[in-house]
Design a protein around this ligand. Sequence first.
Ligand SMILES: O=C(O)C1=C[C@@H](OP(=O)(O)O)[C@@H](O)[C@H](O)C1
Ligand SMILES: C=C(OP(=O)(O)O)C(=O)O
Length: 418
Amino acid sequence: MTSIVVEVRIPGSKSVTARALFLSATAAGTSELLHPLRSDDTEAFAAGLTSLGYPVQLSESSWTVTGSAAGPSGQASVYCRDAGTAARFLPTLAGCGSGRFRFDASEQLRRRPIQPVTDALRKLGAKVSFEGAEDHLPFTIDTSGLTGGSIEVDAEVSSQFLTGLLMSAPLMRDGLTIHVPRLVSAPYIEMTVRMMASFGVRVETDGTTFAVPAQPYSAQRYEVEPDASTSSYFFAAAALTGNSITVSGLGSGSLQGDVEFARILQQMGAEVDFGERHITVTGTGQLHGIDVNMRDVSDTMPTLAAIAPFADGPVRISDVANTRVKECDRLEACAVNLRRLGIQVSTGPDWIEVQPGTPEPALMECFHDHRIAMSFSITGLRTPGITLDDPDCVRKTFPEFHEVLAGVRQAWGSSNGA
Ligand SMILES: O=C(O)C1=C[C@@H](OP(=O)(O)O)[C@@H](O)[C@H](O)C1
Ligand SMILES: C=C(OP(=O)(O)O)C(=O)O
């Protein structure tokens, strides 16, 4: 079977956009971000920086950030909406300033863990007062700058705790050495270290200790690469339907660990051309069962779980405990929806196993989680009649998802002569 390759334009990476915004804000001068992601999460991040005194101007294809080497000063209130990145990265920046800074978020994000961040703030000299539950948002930071020095941070629940501290470390009086006994989602830390280098700051690391001297960032003109986690839905769609898709701007040089999702599809039987700056996935009509550890790429766990029933054997995904503390408990959310489709599934504390089967039409419960909505939309390519209870929740990272998916289907349809 020959299939026509459809190229899909994927918006900028959420994680790269958030880091580029942070690093631009803390570099004296004006930085320009090219092709950033415009979505609920990155708008919350940009608005948070603007509230802290680092104005971000948003236009269609580039954003301009007016940075300053000094931490924020005075009083500010930051509302993080649903964005884990904003809640975990911005408080340490606020701590490096001088004044009183209040942080709050949606009900969903208020429930998510943040204690390693607030513990670190206190150890480094700030006062943190919680309004409701201890060690959760909302809280207020009273600070006159962070001393820095040496600290231990457990990043087993989220790597975002470490990223916020790393990016803030050059602003601390003595710089910061961080000992990290446990780390999940390690590729995101590599991304942080590589992007800090792009903005002029070197981190010395052996993988468990990270040493960052006090030093200035430098302003940049920075190109944001397409989002690899978002690309996973289109790669999965191609693998599932026997079509071909290319994403340009992603490949072996990517900053994002989630590009590895394409290689998982390859192990399952898809044909994958993994270039330096493009990835093409072609469905072969074969999708094999797999036993795969997704600790490094867990944002793509729901993508795989949602296409798993179509494999010719069980799909077992392991080492993904922290997907239980994302926008929702993603292991349970996948299990609930797969069962609604009539598929046999079992879960444990950090794993899910999906049996092969033929999904029946059903209403999918999104749990206000963009990744659940996008993943089960892909299941719908093979099972007409699958609907979502909250299709708009995709706006967290990809407001145009449904339109773009419809466009890809149409392009495939016409290339197949349909
Ligand atoms: O640093 C980042 O940009 C992110 C890190 C990951 O979180 P965890 O480290 O909590 O797994 C990922 O799930 C999230 O979407 C973005
Ligand atoms: C976990 C995610 O987001 P957050 O940055 O809110 O943690 C996600 O995008 O899948």
